[in-house]
Design a protein around this ligand. Sequence first.
Ligand SMILES: CC(C)(COP(=O)(O)OP(=O)(O)OC[C@H]1O[C@@H](n2cnc3c(N)ncnc32)[C@H](O)[C@@H]1OP(=O)(O)O)[C@@H](O)C(=O)NCCC(=O)NCCS
Length: 371
Amino acid sequence: MCFEQISENLQAIVYDPKDAPEELWSAWFAVSESVFREFNPKSRLPDRNAAKRRLSVASPLYRTERTLVFDNTETPVAVMSFSYETQLSPSYELDRNICHMNILVEKAFRRKRIATQLLRELLKKARKIQKTTIAGEIDNTPARKFCEAYAGEVVHKEVQHRMYMDGANWEAAAEWRENGRNKFPDTTFEFFQDCPAADIQAFCRTYTEIINERPTGDMQQTIITTPASRRIEEENLKKKGVKWYTLISREKNGDISAMTDIMYHRREPHKIIQYFTGVSARHRRKGLAKRLKAEMLYLMREKFPEVEYITTTMAPDNRPMQAINAKLGFKLRKTDYVYQWTLTDLERQVEMHLQTVKKRRKRDCQTGFPG
Ligand SMILES: CC(C)(COP(=O)(O)OP(=O)(O)OC[C@H]1O[C@@H](n2cnc3c(N)ncnc32)[C@H](O)[C@@H]1OP(=O)(O)O)[C@@H](O)C(=O)NCCC(=O)NCCS
């Protein structure tokens, strides 16, 4: 294993989860589970085997570099990931300048500038591969303070909602399904894992159209799904052990009018993530989103009877989706903030901070104040 000394007290190792030895996994779980527990004290920890598999399968559409950080006593203190799209991603040309960071520092080791030093390493890598924008998704107060200390700009907010199956409003679901069936009897529903070959062109076109109509604030992100990228994602999620189901509605003329998808892992059978729900502009104001959510809810209950809750996220200004979810029984769980910087601004901020700290230390030593 090849460790790199990144400061007097810290050493880091860039590792590939696919062939990481058990001691690196133990270190990764020590940090990631401790941070998870801190911010989700009532939740079950993610299943270790599922997490290992999720991390070990790399998508050809993205590259993720993972780093583990230890202090002088070989205690794991932080983990970092740095990711960006590969040329295989259909949105590469539009988003080629952007990369994403995720840094977790174990609570007992915070406010010692560990994240700052890691960020400095990450920025060097970003510059080397010509990235010019850095983004990070944040869901807790200390991390927001960290981003604000470096003058990050909030470019987007997402709210995460959760609905417990036993708190679902089944009357509303039944009503939405019945109304839809009565008013639009020619609209049919199809449920699949692998998108049928005959539909994949039309499906990807409609998916790309609708998903890019959702509110995303000032965030730089274009989601393009092509038949090739859909197949890559299908394969990839299977390798990760994730079951990915899509439900579409189809009109009499054959048009795909709406879609929603869910993800399920058999090692974490208590939860489902509902990823995206969208109705094509031509078919809005007909109760289709409600009917789709209701049809999916019945399918989930039938297919995954052990599921306890469903999680979904959306922009806080997505009023139609918020209203539907609230009526169905979803409750606000947390808010995610997307922070963004230009590379040069963040480099300057980090260097300035580290210089100030150095000067402060020097002055405190000279005056005899403790550091
Ligand atoms: C965000 C996080 C990584 C910061 O780690 P850290 O090592 O404590 O950060 P640093 O010591 O380098 O902080 C740098 C500056 O940010 C600001 N800052 C960081 N945490 C702060 C807090 N809780 N309150 C106020 N300011 C804070 C300070 O200005 C600090 O500099 P200073 O201590 O010299 O005043 C850490 O809080 C964490 O792991 N949070 C949970 C995981 C997470 O959400 N990560 C974000 C994903 S990118």
